[in-house]
Design a protein around this ligand. Structure first.
Ligand SMILES: [Zn+2]
Length: 71
């Protein structure tokens, strides 16, 4: 990756692909810096954050949905 500033488009793509978790620290710092100055991307991140939390909740919780009489 280049050392150019991230664009909002790049940030949105990183967030939607969940790449921020696998990014090297330097890249993640660049992302954080963009978030500090860009309110639009902060909002985008919050939405993806919420979405990921909801999906994580839906995953393991499925076991509890199995009725007792199915065993
Ligand atoms: Zn932005």
């Amino acid at each position: 990756m280049s050392t150019d500033k991230l664009t909002c488009k790049q940030v949105a793509r990183i967030l939607s692909d969940g790449l921020d978790a696998q990014m090297p620290p330097a890249e993640r710092t660049r992302l954080r810096l963009h978030m500090v100055v860009c309110e639009a991307c902060r909002n985008v991140e919050q939405q993806f954050d919420l979405l990921r939390r909801l999906m994580r909740k839906a995953g393991p919780a499925e076991r509890d949905d199995i009725p007792d009489d199915e065993r």
